[in-house]
Design a protein. Structure first.
Lengths: 517, 295
């Protein structure tokens, strides 16, 4: 255990230097691409907002089944099968048919080529489940159908969330999927997420619909409230235009009324429809409905063929800007709820960094002084290894551009405390060996050999704990397990290569000296 | 040589008493779960105006009908920690901001806001419990592979002792259990195991060396031989932890305290639980030789 070849020493030196360079690159601003790497600070250290959004898919499922009622009716009408009592209750469609058509119905829904009920080859499952009970058919989404639906609404929502956040222009946002109905948003440097929260909290489903006095409207009608007061209007369910038809939306100042408005431009289809609706509907009120509330309902005075228009509704400049932003980035497929939020202000982040660094320095100095007093020259060797250990740890974190959190700093400090364990095990063993063995070299060699299993055992157990934490923990805790886990490897390297090399150099110069340790 | 083995019985009784007491506390008093595991809202405030104190802040917030609300100083006189169960009142933080500004002027800095919904907190608790269980299981498997069953039994008993007594102490003192405490408990599991394994390693080595020494004496020899290492490592680890506790800021206080308890219990249990189990199971040279014959 005591022999080091020249080549090996060279490599140890090289590796150590390599990591020290990377570790130091955190302190300087370098333009070199390779050395530009830095440790990322977690949100708890640099300040920022962490939002976990959950997609509420209930309305989507509801809507899909609603659409399905029309599809089913039309589909079987063509086949001259009369569907009776078609109802949607509790996310379940129910209907009945004459006895002789029953088989045909079952066949249609269970056919793998079915147009009505897509079959997912890879899941070996249909989108919809059909069951018959007391002559009534019940249809709802199969387990896999729900999963498919969730995944697709998650994809869409992710895109919209990204667009909305990009529009606001925050620093390097991190937007990720979690499970199949959640989206994680990390916004570094953002200390007041109020605006983003309110922007993400809106579905932004915009429709233009006529106000109708006739409740017997063939498309159906519903009572809707105004955004800013409790008045109600009966609004047709026929959608003239929706947010999908918008090309652009911007907040503007209307010079005539001195009011802030949102001006919009429509795409070709939208412009055509808008022109037609405004020409046939002169004198009628056109309601502009956002997320089920009427923003305003102007009376149409003229045909608008230009494909652009304005929405007024008592906006402030801020609310007009936000609405324009929401309209530009599109509607969410389903409402989002914020199920977890963690925001750290930048000054708390800085305080945490300061406190963490002070704790690190003090902990480090205490350990170093203690070890030096205890082991003298070998304490010095241990301390050199400990310092290099710290550089290695920081260097590795830098190379992988890992995220350092406050618990992560705690992990580094803890590593400092526990890293000396291996050297202590070795030195204590050597002391014991020296009781029976007068030859320094032999005693040192067997000290290293005999302590090896204990050191490995000790480090593997800690590593196991760190690995479990890494996979089970979230956010800051992951940062702790990361530094603790990497710390084990750097500790083993610094103990077996750095400290051992220095020990060997010292011992071979002092072969004859008694009471070496 | 210190005669640790003279007190095996007394300390075993003490440990059993501690574990029973801890379990009683855990069952009847329960743990003080933070918002990570219970759900709710936490706000850390710093006031610029040092006339504002906990009771004026509490009176003011109580008028908002936020339910059971707790207001405490956090580290010093001008920092406050506000906690309450947030029952689906979504914009409550904005309301609090407006309300505080109205009553105290613009004297607050919102340093930290955490809001955990009931579903997420339930999931976090579940994954925390799973993490600790998986960690204990992995340790069991590891030590089972490395040693004979008597040893694994002793090590696991020591681990349970440490985890239960640490949690019991948290229950007794009413300290908050949050995500970082789970991290601390897992690290304690690793540390305690580490300590135990080092002594066990020596016990096994000595078992091979001496066939005529009884396990009662042998464990004592092994404890003494590894004692200085046990102490030095505990001291350096504690130095690091104390440094985190005193200088690392308020957020790490709970974590470092749990670890400090854990290191003390872990050191104690690897001497007085892990070893006494070997004595009570009457481990001898045959125990390890039998295993080796099998291999």
């Amino acid at each position: 255990m005591l022999y080091f070849s020249k080549l090996r020493i060279f490599f140890i030196f090289l590796i150590t230097l390599f990591f020290i360079v990377f570790a130091s690159s955190n302190l300087f601003k370098l333009s070199n691409d390779l050395l530009k790497k830095k440790i990322n600070l977690g949100l708890d250290l640099q300040g920022g907002s962490y939002l976990l959004l959950e997609i509420d898919n209930t309305p989507v499922i509801e809507q899909k089944l609603q659409n399905l009622t029309i599809t089913i009716r039309n589909y079987f009408k063509e086949k001259n099968i009369r569907i009776k009592n078609l109802k949607l209750i509790d996310q379940k469609l129910s209907f009945s048919v004459e006895e002789k058509f029953k088989e045909k119905i079952i066949e249609t829904f269970t056919d793998k080529e079915s147009d009505l009920n897509p079959y997912y080859q890879r899941f070996k499952s249909h989108q919809l489940d059909i069951v018959e009970e007391n002559d009534i058919f019940f249809i709802n989404f199969s387990k896999q159908g729900i999963v498919e639906l969730k995944i697709s609404s998650q994809d869409q929502a992710l895109e919209i969330v990204r667009r909305r956040i990009d529009e606001i222009g925050t620093n390097e946002p991190n937007i990720l999927k979690r499970g199949n109905d959640r989206i994680l948003v990390e916004l570094p440097g953002l200390d007041d997420p109020m605006r983003i929260k309110s922007l993400l909290g809106k579905t932004a489903n915009l429709t233009f619909r006529f106000i109708t006095n006739n409740t017997e409207d063939s498309f159906g009608a519903e009572k809707l409230k105004y955004e800013d007061n409790d008045e109600e209007e009966v609004v047709s369910k026929r959608i003239i235009l929706s947010g999908d038809n918008l090309l652009d939306a911007q907040p503007r100042m209307n010079n005539e009324t001195n009011e802030t408005v949102v001006s919009f431009t429509l795409d070709r289809v939208g412009a055509k429809r808008f022109g037609k609706a405004t020409s046939t509907g002169i004198g009628k009120q056109l309601a502009i409905v956002l997320d089920g509330k009427i923003i305003s309902a102007p009376v149409i005075r003229d045909t608008i063929a230009s494909g652009s228009g304005q929405i007024s509704g008592g906006f402030t400049f801020q609310s007009a800007t936000d609405l324009a932003l929401l309209l530009r980035s599109g509607a969410l497929p389903a409402p989002l709820n914020i199920v977890e939020e963690r925001t750290v202000g930048p000054d708390l982040g800085q305080d945490s960094i300061d406190a963490g660094m002070i704790a690190l320095v003090i902990g480090f100095v205490l350990v170093i002084v203690f070890i030096f007093v205890k082991y003298k020259i070998f304490g010095l060797i241990t301390n050199v290894a400990l310092i290099i250990n710290l550089f290695l740890l920081v260097g590795i974190l830098t190379i992988f551009e890992a995220t350092l959190t406050l618990p992560g700093i705690a992990g580094i400090i803890l590593t400092v405390g526990m890293a000396v364990d291996a050297n202590v095990l070795i030195f204590e063993r050597i002391k014991e060996e020296l009781n029976n063995e007068k030859n320094n070299l032999i005693a040192f060699d067997s000290g290293y050999t005999k302590s090896k299993t204990a050191i490995l055992d000790a480090n593997i157990t800690t590593l196991l704990a760190a690995i479990i934490l890494f996979f089970m923990g979230s956010g800051p805790i992951k940062g702790f397990s990361l530094t603790l886990g990497i710390g084990i490897f750097t500790t083993l390297f610094s103990v077996y290569f750095i400290a051992r090399l220095l020990t060997v150099l010292y011992v071979s110069k002092n072969k004859e000296k008694e009471g070496l340790i | 040589m210190i005669a640790f083995n003279r007190y095996y019985n007394q300390f075993n009784i003490l440990s059993i008493a501690l574990v029973v007491l801890s379990l009683l506390f855990l069952v009847f008093k329960g743990l003080n779960f933070g918002i990570d595991f219970k759900g709710g809202t936490l706000i850390e405030l710093r006031s610029v105006d040092n006339k504002i104190n906990v009771s004026s802040l509490r009176d003011n917030l109580n008028q908002m009908n936020l339910g059971d609300i707790s207001v405490k100083n956090f580290g010093n006189e001008t920092d406050f920690l506000i906690k309450f169960e947030n029952n689906n009142n979504k914009n409550v933080i904005e309301e609090i901001k407006i309300n505080l500004e109205k009553s105290f002027g613009n004297n607050f800095n919102f340093r930290r806001i955490e809001n955990v919904g009931p579903k997420v907190s339930a999931e976090l608790l579940k994954s925390g419990v799973i993490a600790i269980s998986v960690a204990l299981a992995m340790m069991l498997i590891y030590i089972w592979i490395r040693f004979e069953w008597q040893f694994s039994f002793g090590a696991i008993l020591a681990l349970f002792h440490d985890v239960i007594v640490t949690l019991g102490l948290f229950s007794l003192l009413g300290l908050e259990i949050n995500l970082s405490i789970i991290a601390a408990v897992l690290t304690i599991v690793g540390y305690s195991m580490n300590d135990t394994v080092v002594i066990y390693d020596r016990v096994r080595e000595n078992l091979k060396k001496y066939s005529d020494i009884k396990i009662f004496e042998l464990t004592n020899i092994s404890i003494n031989e590894t004692l200085s290492r046990t102490l030095i490592t505990s001291i350096t680890t504690l130095l690091a932890l104390l440094s985190i506790f005193f200088f690392g800021g308020e957020i790490l206080k709970g974590f470092s305290l749990a670890m400090i308890f854990g290191v003390v219990f872990g050191t104690y249990s690897s001497i007085y639980i892990a070893n006494t189990v070997l004595v009570r199971l009457n481990v001898s040279q045959k125990t390890i030789l039998k295993e080796e014959d099998k291999n």
